[in-house]
Design a protein around this ligand. Structure first.
Ligand code: CP
Ligand code: NVA
Length: 307
């Protein structure tokens, strides 16, 4: 079957390490090039990506499109409501039809099952651009960003403070695959996906869940926050139970001296993290956003067999 990029626990460790290293090298190769030019090797010249959106997006939409352009290829951005999908055409038929036109398909969907069905019926690579369950492309950018700032992520400590959401599932997968310690501090009601935790146990990943954010922050190399209300979530009561998990300067001071702060964005400032932290000296949030572009080039190159 094609090289699908669906979830980090479904891809081999070596392939994941290769994608991160390739992301770093495509970023380096780009740094000497003026704006408005294609990457030197134009690795995906003549290739086209179809990018389907059932949810809003700024970073994923623009970084995938720019990644394809800089690789010499093209993107067709499709809002699902403008497609026959919105009138009830099945995912399976959409997969079979798009596979006859384009070279790869990315989808952002409210239902992980749709991603899986798309991959089952597509004959070209399918990429997870975020689902209700996970966001693996973001993790490739995040691991790359961590390593740029602090060196190898292996055996380091990453602490999440907030909702045990789709990003947490991908962080759990990353912890198992890249070999770091991942601490999740979250309210009991908003615990991480049990399947992700079961997987972590099965593979012996170093993952811990706690309700004490201050304790989880102690000695961490990286503190991560995300919105308290993910796309598709019901906001009711979340703000009350998540208040103790807000990342502020006090929490950052418990982490290692050179700790970094990450957030995949978009953020609600003063909710999940204070502006002092988000714009402070430890924040790497805009490096993360930039690295979506470079990491996704590496994902696309891997999916299409050119890296
Ligand atoms: N981080 C991220 O995926 O952002 P968008 O929702 O803007 O794509
Ligand atoms: N957890 C967030 C991430 C947004 C990129 C959401 O699913 O809305």
């Amino acid at each position: 079957s094609p090289n699908h990029f669906l979830d980090l626990n479904m891809i081999g460790k070596e392939a994941l390490r290769h994608i991160i290293d390739d992301g770093i090298s495509v970023k380096q190769a780009r740094s000497g090039l003026p704006r408005g030019t294609v990457d030197g090797d134009a690795a995906l010249e003549g290739h086209t990506l179809a990018a389907i959106f059932e949810f809003p997006s700024t970073r994923t939409r623009v970084s995938f499109d720019m990644a394809m352009r800089q690789l010499g290829g093209d993107t067709i951005v499709l809002n699902s409501t403008d497609m026959q999908l919105g009138r009830g055409e099945t995912i399976a038929d959409t997969a079979r039809v798009l596979s006859r036109y384009v070279d790869a398909i990315m989808i952002r969907t409210d239902d992980h099952g749709k991603l899986q069905e798309l991959a089952e019926y597509a004959t070209v690579p399918v990429i997870n651009g975020l689902t209700n369950d996970s966001h693996p492309c973001q993790l490739m950018a995040d691991v790359m960003t961590f390593e740029e700032h602090l060196g190898s992520i292996e055996d380091k400590i990453v602490t999440w403070s907030g909702d045990g959401n789709n990003m947490v599932t991908s962080w759990i997968h990353a912890a198992g695959q890249f070999g770091f310690e991942f601490r999740v501090a979250c309210p009991a009601e908003l615990s991480p996906d049990s399947r992700a935790l079961d997987w972590a146990k099965e593979v012996g990943a170093n993952v811990h869940v706690t309700q004490d954010a201050q304790e989880a922050a102690a000695g961490a190399h990286c503190i991560v926050a995300d919105t308290w209300v993910s796309m598709g979530d019901d906001a009711a009561n979340r703000h009350n139970i998540l208040a103790p998990f807000r990342v502020d300067e006090e929490m950052m001071s418990k982490a290692a001296g050179d700790a970094i702060f990450m957030h995949c964005l978009p953020a609600h400032r003063e909710e999940e993290a204070t502006t002092a932290v988000m714009d402070g000296p430890q924040s790497v949030i805009f490096d993360e956003a930039e690295n979506r572009l470079h990491a996704q080039k590496a994902v696309l190159r891997w999916c299409l067999g050119t890296s």
